[in-house]
Design a binder for this molecule. Sequence first.
Ligand code: IVH
Length: 396
Amino acid sequence: MSPSGSRATATRRAAELRDQIQRANRAYYLEDNPSISDAEYDRLFRELQQLERDQPQLRTADSPTQRVGAAPASALTKHRHLQPMLSLANAFDTDELRAWHERNLRLIPEAAASAFVTELKIDGAAVNLTYSNGRLTTGATRGNGIIGEDVTPNLRTIHDVPLVLPADDVPALMEIRGEVYFPLTTFARVNRLREAQGDPPFANPRNSAAGSLRQLDSAVTGKRRLRLFAFHIEVLEGQRPVSSQWDALELLSAWGFQVEGHRERLATLDDVIEHIPTLEALLPTLPFQADGVVVKLDRLDLWPELGAIGGREPRWAVARKFAPEVAVTRLRNIKINVGRTGALNPYAELEPVELGGVTISNATLHNEQLIAEKDIRIGDWVEVVQNGRASCRERV
Ligand code: IVH
């Protein structure tokens, strides 16, 4: 075969392998339904790696080989977000929700003409993904909202994170905001593994998602099978591609991001208020942890006008949070678990108590200082909150 003929064959073969591996990845990581054996997968993956080593021009930015292979870092480097990552003000009841909207109406009466979008508030680790001309260039944690940590190789291992956006209508420079989270089944598996190895279990899915994201070795992150929901587009260069939050969510989904499915566009705040109990009832049944509902004004043109309180909390959105479920029981004993690293993890043995549909007999006491501060003693009545994992927080 002529050199150009063999090159064309190699190009075709590489595309075929990428396609097969991407399909296998989706089935394995996202659908939990492996389509080929591990041995077959390894064979395809190694063949693609070999082709790309021999002919580096075959290595595309979205090749599955680009999700693995970065050398472990010795420390995480800082990343300055192009736009600050905001947090959210809370509304703990309907009155606070109405007050939020009324204040906005006083500032901008036009806000009356906007619909609302409700989204679940995913309880994970906030991340910021920078795309330059449609390619993922940096992925960072939130940090203090201005400066986070660069965890790009780790985020590349998450199969929900598109490495390249397929569309050619993407803004030249943008940040996609989302939440990295652990499905509850994965969280339980990771904790079983940690305990088997003598490591202290993670306190809750949120901490474990954050911890897994901040690994120096991306191979460790890759094994944890984290997921990502995207919910925000921040355009820095180029045309804003949509004019409503609803369309932004649709666009994110079209670009290949996972967008949480329980979103609604509702015409009035009364519709929102009416819908919220349905979402509250849904929260404990979800396969991941969500700790509230985010209510956003749909019209994006109003967002810059409304601005943010203290540069931190945008006025165009509010988090409708719910009181956590609490149970009261007797503290039978305080025990200490010694992690492999030597860390001491005190935990409570409790008189079994029902909480969030399960019986709790152990709860973390976090650390010695907290026990001293709260003056928690054996025989005390304690409040237990369920936050993915039971946590014993206060003396009653
Ligand atoms: S919007 C610029 N929507 O909650 C984006 N945040 O307490 C402002 N979060 O840091 C936030 N689900 O990481 C938004 N559907 C959602 C969310 C959500 C989870 C997190 C986010 C934010 C934190 C604020």
